[in-house]
Design a binder for this molecule. Structure first.
Ligand code: HEC
Ligand code: HEC
Length: 712
């Protein structure tokens, strides 16, 4: 039996790298940069010695691959930190050239990993108004797992066991559905072939009724008709089957050429093997395995415009928009787009804007991925991974904390006003909240406690009253929600228990990672990864506060990284690891514990005491002068940041990454600036921000990927 030709002719898109013209000149690299490193750096960062764990002799001009190291080199040379002061001072003109080259190289070849997004300096993107729009590299992007599952449901509407998603997502934190990160490896190809066979078996499933084979639940009539082993099917029936599979798999009809190709595939198989049903199944599988069935095909087939870029075709736009907003590929506005396309790019943009605006306000439209952005940005949804079992004194399991924050975020997004600032500073919260229809009184959407209150109980002298949720600090369950959190305790998503739990460890708070979050996602900064071999532990000394124990990182070899994180995370010490507001911290009372023995001197267990809590922090090296300085508590820190242009623009950068599926490059400066302007002008409408991104040149245009064989 012939195997279906998988994605024939398409694989080269996956192999080819982005072909944006590079601002980083190869001649400068060979003439200046490489000799500069060889003369001033390699003796300490080369094959023999790697001081500071840094090696530089193996760096290549491919800055996309070594973005992090090139960024470190650039920063060290720019700030005059390397070579060290006791070494001969390098020629300053050459040093400037090295800095410029590295900036340009990183800028035009964006780092691939989502967590490397901030490597392009913020000032280069927002510093000066950009006039020319960018374009994305032509790409074939595999469906994300939820979209693949919805593809399978689309081609076979009944339950189907045994389908394994061939494309897993990275397990790391942050945005993970990046176009560049996934290539077709052997394992995923095998899975795709296996899934296609499973699906076609189900689609062609027959059972014998009254001596005649008929279709089973969910099978497709046109396919079942090809399943009689000794009847040569009429050509019209083969064509009808190809058309039916096209509509199911790619939401469009096949062209005459395409029909011809698949029918020929059948004929060749049937002739070679004599197995007609096998050949028919192969033909049907081949349609399912088309690149445009499982991949987002974004090549750009419009007329060439300035710089060689081309607009996506109407059907490419249709699929890009539907798979960006939701998980289903839907064919809904091709007619409008086709008409607009005849009038030119401005009309297409207008049509996309109208469609996006309508989808974002239509409760029936699939816009699942829009809310997904907020989860992946804040990552409060990871709370249940940290706390699998809830501490017994609480009403909530971590999952309910997440549900409360989801509801809070959804409300802010629906109100669509000043969204970013509201997310960070709203005084409101939901508390163990859900709504139910009350059958007795016939009232709809009656607020009730999501997790029923526990019975009254007393433990170790503490009293737990029914209906009181200690996590949020309420003494009565508030019926009218969202409700203001108790005054001067918590504001915004970052002080929601879900977020605080998600950024804790099982027993302690996690100021380092919380501070890293603020550094990267609010200030747009970077922190080098924790080097392997560093013992990243605070001393196990329970008589000291966590803040005090974290002073281990003040040692110079630690502080060079930790100064970027710790002071931004320490204000959140205002809350314990389960997100409870506190004004004191419990530490071990060594004296009392030592005295806590029975008559025979056997220890009876540790005794804690409460000590005053310090909640101060410092914003430093943020790139925004207005932000710099000490803060007295987490609320002051977050309010200050939430009101800054810098943090808002960094938020726009993150939205870009999520909705475009890649890191921003220098060429995207206009798209980012336009999106920020649309957001500001609309009074902070997230819908306006998404609309601006999806109508940007970066979204609608592609530049050709390098031709086969031409890729580096
Ligand atoms: C005389 C030896 C010496 C020379 C020459 C030297 N370095 Fe270093 N470098 C060090 C030492 C020691 C460290 C680790 C301690 C530190 O960070 O100060 C280091 C650390 C670094 C780091 C890591 C910094 C960090 O914060 O993690 C980078 C990047 C770096 N050097 C780049 C360079 C570059 C680029 C040059 C040439 C322009 C250079 N170095 C020349 C000794 C040297
Ligand atoms: C090159 C940068 C770098 C250096 C140097 C460094 N760290 Fe870290 N450290 C990090 C980063 C990044 C994280 C956060 C890791 C994460 O996000 O998972 C971290 C996390 C930690 C944590 C928190 C771990 C946890 O599980 O909560 C501790 C404690 C820590 N580092 C201590 C130290 C100490 C002590 C030193 C010096 C001996 C040191 N680090 C040197 C980058 C660094």
């Amino acid at each position: 039996m012939p195997r279906p030709t998988v994605f024939a002719g398409c694989l080269w898109f996956l192999a080819a790298g982005p072909a944006t013209a590079t601002g980083a000149d190869d001649a400068v690299y060979t003439g200046t940069v490489k000799p500069f490193l060889a003369a001033h750096c390699v003796k300490c960062h080369g094959p023999e010695k790697q001081l500071g764990d840094v090696r530089l002799d193996d760096l290549t001009a491919d800055a996309g691959k070594h973005a992090e190291r090139w960024a470190a080199v650039r920063d060290q040379v720019r700030d005059g930190l390397m070579p060290p002061a006791k070494e001969p001072k390098p020629d300053q003109a050459k040093a400037r050239q090295v800095v410029a080259w590295a900036s340009a190289a990183i800028g035009t070849r964006p780092a691939r990993l989502p967590n490397q997004g901030n490597l392009i300096p913020h000032e280069l993107l927002f510093g000066t108004p950009a006039k020319v729009g960018g374009a994305s590299p032509a790409r074939v992007w595999r469906l994300a797992p939820p979209a693949y599952q919805s593809f399978v449901r689309g081609v076979f509407r009944e339950r189907l066991d045994g389908i394994v998603s061939p494309f897993a997502l990275l397990g790391e934190r942050g945005f993970r559905d990046f176009a560049d990160l996934y290539s077709l490896d052997e394992a995923s190809t095998e899975l795709l072939l296996r899934n296609a066979a499973l699906i076609v078996d189900a689609q062609t499933g027959t059972e014998v009724k009254n001596g005649k084979p008929t279709g089973r639940n969910g099978s497709v009539r046109e396919f079942v008709e090809l399943m009689a082993p000794d009847v040569e099917p009429a050509r019209a029936k083969l064509e009808a089957a190809v058309q039916a599979q096209f509509r199911l798999a790619v939401a469009r009809s096949a062209t005459a050429d395409e029909v011809e190709r698949y029918v020929a595939l059948y004929q060749k198989g049937a002739k070679a093997t004599g197995d007609r049903t096998g050949a028919a199944k192969t033909m049907l599988q081949a349609v399912l395995l088309r690149a445009d069935a499982m991949y987002r095909y974004e090549v750009g087939t419009g007329p060439a415009e300035a710089g060689g870029r081309r607009m996506l075709s109407p059907s490419e736009i249709e699929q890009a928009v539907s798979l960006t907003l939701g998980n289903k590929r839907v064919a809904t506005f091709a007619t409008t787009l086709n008409a607009a396309s005849a009038k030119g790019p401005a009309a297409v943009r207008e049509a996309v804007a109208n469609h996006v605006r309508a989808s974002l306000t239509d409760p029936k439209a699939d816009t699942e991925r829009v809310m997904g952005f907020f989860r992946e940005y804040f990552e409060y949804h990871r709370a249940p991974e940290v706390f699998k079992d809830k501490p017994k004194e609480f009403v909530h399991a971590a999952a309910q904390l997440v549900a409360d924050t989801d509801r809070l975020v959804a409300g802010i997004v629906a109100a669509d006003k000043d969204v970013f600032r509201e997310l960070l500073t709203t005084p409101k919260t939901f508390v163990n909240y859900t709504v139910k229809d009350d059958k007795k009184t016939n009232r709809k959407n009656v607020p009730v406690q999501a997790v029923p209150p526990p019975p009254f109980r007393k433990e170790k002298g503490e009293v737990f009253k029914p209906g009181v949720e200690p996590v949020y600090g309420f003494t009565e369950w508030p019926e009218n929600q969202p409700v203001d959190a108790p005054k001067d305790t918590r504001i915004g998503v970052l002080m929601q228990p879900s977020w605080l739990v998600a950024w804790s460890t099982n027993f302690e708070t996690d100021p380092v990672r919380r501070g890293r979050w603020v550094r990267e996602r609010l200030l747009g900064g970077t922190v080098p990864d924790l080097p392997i071999g560093v013992v990243a532990q605070v001393p196990d000394e329970p008589h000291r506060t966590f803040r005090d124990r974290l002073t281990v990182t003040r040692a110079a070899q630690c502080w060079k990284c930790h100064q970027k994180m710790d002071e931004l995370g320490l204000p959140f010490e205002q809350f314990d690891h389960y997100g409870r507001f506190r004004t004191t911290e419990a530490v071990r009372d060594t004296e009392a514990t030592a005295k806590n023995v029975d008559k025979k001197g056997k220890p009876l267990g540790p005794i804690d005491k409460q000590v005053p809590l310090v909640t101060t922090g410092v914003i430093a090296d943020s790139g925004a002068p207005s932000l710099e300085g000490p803060v007295k508590d987490p609320r002051e820190m977050i309010r200050k940041i939430a009101n800054s242009d810098r943090a808002r623009q960094v938020f726009v950068r993150h939205a870009f990454r999520y909705f475009l599926g890649r890191n921003e490059s220098l060429a995207d400066a206009k798209t980012l600036q336009d999106a920020d302007a649309a957001y500001v002008k609309s009074g902070g409408s997230f819908k306006a921000l998404v609309e601006s991104l999806l109508t940007s040149d970066s979204f609608l245009y592609r530049v050709a990927a390098a031709a086969p064989g031409g890729a580096k």
